[in-house]
Write a protein that binds this ligand. Structure first.
Ligand code: PMP
Length: 470
């Protein structure tokens, strides 16, 4: 096996179809915002391996820290003894937590495992069974995480029955409430909170409800930042009824939105960081999570996830009830320590805010272009977690349909715009992802991306869109 064609067909023969793939070819190496393929093709990466390589591929400080750790201790099993990188990582995480009450940690390998742990912890420590999750939420593919994942049926199809005791409430996203993209934030917040109150009266009593799990920026479900007032409302409900608030920052955390945690800068206004303490430490008015889940950017590509809560909550867990063979791997923890250092030394959060302004301004300019306006329904996001939603020719369920209104402009809307634009971008050398439902493409470039690379990526996107609709 030497050529791309040979390896590609070998992979297609011997790797399960259960794993989807968006781009052809075989990756060989990567650096910064570029991935190089075996055949020499170089791709600009606006996916970061699904929001993971936040400091760019193979960041020298992170790779060096991992390499050095490899020569010291690779597998320091955390149920045998503490190991140094595990504790050093907690020392570095404590000051950047969105709230000072978050002081008791444990680590895993993937986001899904950390979500599983958070759900188990919520049940065990409250003595209640039920979990409320958000319509459109994505939390992973393992059984508990899949049960609270409601972004598309494709993640659970064929795997039923799911874990019982899961109830679903709408995210304050206009699509889910049958409204238009211009619906005021207060209306969305109020309607979504009303639905939550009804759920607690009609379906799962507060005394049976252990936790509410939410992504502060809906990821797979369409890249939608939650309005701060909605998160405040959730906190109030949780306080009133003793329900735990689980905040899943697997994708939105670690600087992705321009603050360490999306929960810190929870305004719905794009690019607005008022009330955010981008240095972390919890004094910036963030809504307080009871449990926060992190992964992805935490170790910039090394497998690592974490769960943090209050010591009084985690101390209720029985010894041995949490943990895993590889959980909190020493090399991954050492890499994560280097990630935090590099984020601070290289002022990465500032870069996110700068590049985000440019990205949003460029995308809004495309939205105002008369030739493209009929196709672009919405531009939204925060920091470098940004989406363009295209119009769709068919309604997604009943109710008022903003898409048909766009058709009134006279031009027919082609189907599957998101997939076709993303495919065109890939042909032109830009890796770009879509989200689960709706016609959404998402921009998740490296947080330290330069202005030139950003302009290049947006240029490829614009050319691809013009070609697809032209
Ligand atoms: N939660 C969120 C918000 C995610 O975006 C993801 C991954 N896309 C997960 C959980 C699951 O993480 P993993 O794929 O590492 O299991």
């Amino acid at each position: 096996l030497s050529t791309t064609e040979q390896l590609q067909s070998f992979g297609e023969r011997h790797v399960t179809k259960g794993i989807g793939r968006i781009a052809p070819g075989v990756m060989k190496k990567a650096e910064g915002s570029y991935v190089e393929y075996l055949d020499g093709k170089r791709m600009l990466d606006f996916t970061c391996g699904i929001g993971v390589t936040n400091l760019g591929h193979c960041h020298p400080k992170v790779s060096k820290a991992a390499a050095e750790q490899c020569m010291q201790l690779v597998h320091g099993q955390c149920s045998i003894s503490f190991h140094e990188p595990y504790l050093r990582l907690i020392e570095k995480l404590l000051p950047i937590m969105p709230h000072p009450s978050l002081d008791s940690f444990f680590f895993w390998n993937s986001g899904s495992e950390a979500v599983e742990a958070a759900l188990k912890m919520a049940r065990a420590t409250t003595g209640r069974q039920n979990i409320i999750c958000m319509q459109g939420g994505y939390h992973g593919r393992t059984f508990g995480a899949m049960a609270v994942t409601r972004s598309k049926t494709g993640y659970s199809e064929g795997f039923h029955p799911l874990m019982p005791g899961v109830f679903v409430t709408p995210y304050p996203f206009w699509h889910q409430l049958g409204l238009s993209p211009s619906t005021p934030t207060q209306t969305l917040t109020q309607l979504a909170l009303n639905q939550l109150h009804l759920l607690l009266q009609q379906q799962t009593s507060p005394s049976d409800t252990a936790a509410i799990i939410i992504e502060p920026v809906l990821g797979e479900g369409g890249y939608v930042p939650a309005p701060k007032e909605f998160l405040v409302g959730l906190r109030e409900v949780c306080d009133e009824y003793g329900i735990l608030l689980i905040v899943d920052e697997v994708q939105s955390g670690f600087g992705r939105t321009g603050a360490w945690w999306a929960i810190e800068g929870s305004e719905s206004v794009e690019g607005d960081y008022e009330g955010s303490s981008s240095s972390g430490s919890g004094d910036g008015g963030a809504v307080r999570p009871d449990i926060l889940v992190m992964a992805k950017g935490l170790a910039n590509g090394f497998p690592l996830s974490g769960v943090v809560s209050r010591k009084e909550v985690t101390d209720k867990l029985k010894p041995g009830s949490m943990g895993g063979t590889y959980a909190g791997n020493a090399v991954s923890c050492a890499a994560a320590c280097a990630v935090i250092d590099a984020m601070e030394e290289e002022r990465v959060l500032e870069n996110v805010k700068e590049r985000s302004k440019h990205l949003l301004t460029s995308l809004h300019a495309l939205q105002s272009d008369p030739a493209l306006a009929p196709y672009i329904l919405d531009v939204r996001g925060r920091g470098l977690m940004v989406a363009v939603e295209f119009a769709s020719p068919a309604p997604l369920g009943g109710g008022w349909d903003p898409v048909y209104q766009n058709q009134d402009t006279g031009k027919p809307i082609p189907p599957n715009l998101a997939t076709r634009v993303a495919k065109k971008c890939i042909e032109k050398g830009l890796l770009l992802l879509t989200t689960s439902v709706y016609e959404v493409v998402r921009f998740i470039p490296a947080l330290n991306i330069g202005q030139g690379e950003m302009e290049r990526g947006v240029g490829v996107f614009e050319d691809s869109l013009r070609e697809v609709v032209g």
